[in-house]
Write a protein that binds this ligand. Structure first.
Ligand code: GLU
Length: 505
């Protein structure tokens, strides 16, 4: 494939066509993002179409959920459903309806048209017969395919059978010979011999279309120029191309996106808990980090740049830079990227983002000065990989910690020494002004004092830090002290040191 950008004479119309399953799989989000970026890059139109023909999988509220996740992530489609301010669905665009279950007549009409064109036929085979056939084929290690039993019925036979069974299914009549070439913008040309293609059902007995019929009819009437979707749809594409030809319609271009795998190359789970975008958001991955991370699942700008805003992605995205070799969902990379975005986030916004997590932890935010909360955020933002981690090991800011007094003792010292150093420290700190309790200033003062006293740094700073936090691992004692004074003044620091002295004595 050349390195030139995909160019097109027509205005681009790309679509995201999810089956709403109740949550947004990261793979689906990748498809949505790429379809959206491609449309925006080319100044085209991004369309959202809801593929809900599998009524057994229908879930109430799934479309609203999908739209709200997309909105959070910064993706708004130009046509199709969208959410109003009061969380209702409204529809935009002149190519609707954008929900397949509202287009059933259209599909039926088109299935019948294909029958007239002899590109499809009624099939009256019973479930039992099909089951029997499948068993025979499996026993012979042949791929299960319909044996075209009903394909050559005479018109009279069809009419009389239809009179008994008006709800017979309609199957696609794949040409007996020849081949179809899929020209894929990512995978190149893929040849499919017709003999391996099944006479797929197009219209089911309940009057609903299958995916194959609906997708082609909709892509045509919605004037889709570029079909962007996961590579698992490649084998269906020759059937779709044959349908476009059967109707005499222009074909869109196709771009299939590489499979997303785990780092060990195993298939990504379909289970919600592992792959749902809303769960990532819930854990506190920032929308901009998720977008940046997902953009790299199969796309590569071919430069060193790793951090991209949505606007930069729009400017740089193109299908020629999508690779076919597979994309790895590396959650360590997501953590790294999210941590980077967290550190770049301004502290006021970060505090707002963190508040719900603090509340979840049982903290009554109204009991604490805003300045103090900001100071907590300033310290903690350095270590966070996601926002929900603010719930880990931060109780000490809000209440005096409970801990095993043994951990206050520095490994190179003993209980007596810890008490002595803490006592001296209390005396020193009590003599300081509250203005001295600013991390850097306090550090300079205390370190100088440690030097003057001839103490070892660890013998003082370890017990100091643990007395303030109750944790063997925690941020610097100076930062913590500088923060604690903002909630209750020097006492909040000195009381904690005294408590440790008492516990050890
Ligand atoms: N409804 C299909 C899905 O959920 C869409 C496939 C396509 O884009 O054609 O994956």
């Amino acid at each position: 494939m050349s390195n030139q950008e995909i160019t097109t004479n027509q205005p681009v119309r790309s679509r995201f066509a999810p089956s709403p399953t109740g949550f947004v799989h990261v793979g689906n989000f990748r498809t949505a993002l790429f379809a959206y970026l491609f449309a925006r890059h080319h100044g085209g139109t991004a369309i959202l179409r809801i593929e809900d023909t599998d009524q057994s999988r229908k879930i109430d509220g799934a479309v609203e959920n999908l739209l709200s996740v997309m909105k959070t992530l910064g993706i708004e489609f130009d046509e199709g459903p969208r959410l109003t301010g009061d969380h209702q669905l409204e529809y935009r665009g002149a190519h609707g309806p954008y929900v397949q279950s509202q287009r059933l007549e259209l599909y039926k009409e088109h299935a019948q048209k294909l029958v007239t064109l002899k590109k499809a036929y009624y099939c009256f085979c019973t479930q039992e017969r099909l089951e029997e056939l499948r068993k025979e084929q499996t026993a012979l290690k042949k791929p299960p395919m319909y044996d075209r039993h009903c394909r050559n019925l005479s018109e009279d036979e069809v009419s009389s059978k239809l009179a008994d069974n008006p709800n017979a299914v309609i199957r696609q009549a794949i040409p007996e010979e020849g081949q179809t070439i899929v020209h894929d913008l990512v995978y190149g040309d893929i040849i499919y011999k017709h003999e391996i293609l099944d006479d797929q059902v197009l219209l089911k007995s309940d009057g609903f279309p299958t995916y194959h019929l609906a997708v082609v009819v909709d892509d045509h009437y919605m004037e889709i120029t570029h079909v962007i979707r996961g590579e698992d749809w490649i084998p269906s594409t020759p059937k779709h191309l044959l349908l476009f030809e059967a109707f005499g319609w222009d074909k869109p271009q196709f771009a299939h996106l590489p499979l997303i795998t785990n780092p060990d190359k195993t298939k990504l789970s379909k289970r919600q808990g592992d792959v749902a975008v809303e769960d990532f958001l819930q854990k506190g991955y920032l929308p901009e980090a998720l977008v940046n991370f997902v953009a790299f699942l199969g796309w590569n700008p071919k430069t060193e740049q790793e951090v991209f805003s949505m606007q930069e992605l729009i400017e740089q995205f193109d299908l020629v830079k999508v690779n076919k070799s597979g994309a790895v969902l590396d959650l360590h990379k997501l953590d790294w990227m999210n941590g980077m975005y967290i550190r770049q986030t301004n502290e006021d916004r970060l505090l707002e983002l963190l508040k719900p997590y603090l509340v979840e932890q049982g903290i009554k935010l109204e009991d604490y000065p805003e300045q103090f909360l900001q100071a907590v955020v300033k310290i903690e933002k350095e270590r966070l990989k996601n926002l929900s981690q603010i719930k880990e090991d931060t109780q000490f800011y809000f209440a005096e910690p409970e801990y095993d007094p043994e951990i206050v003792i520095w490994k190179k010292a003993d209980r007596l020494d810890a008490v002595a150093k803490l006592t001296a420290l209390v005396e020193k700190l009590s003599a300081l002004d509250v203005e001295d309790f600013v991390a850097e200033k306090l550090e300079a003062i205390i370190k100088e004092w440690i030097g003057e006293q001839g103490f070892d740094t660890g013998n003082v700073l370890w017990p100091m830090r643990v007395a303030l936090t109750g944790l063997a691992k925690s941020p610097s004692p100076f930062e913590v002290a500088g923060c604690l004074v903002l909630n209750g003044g020097k006492e909040n620091v000195i009381n904690r040191l005294n408590k440790a002295i008492n516990l050890l004595s």
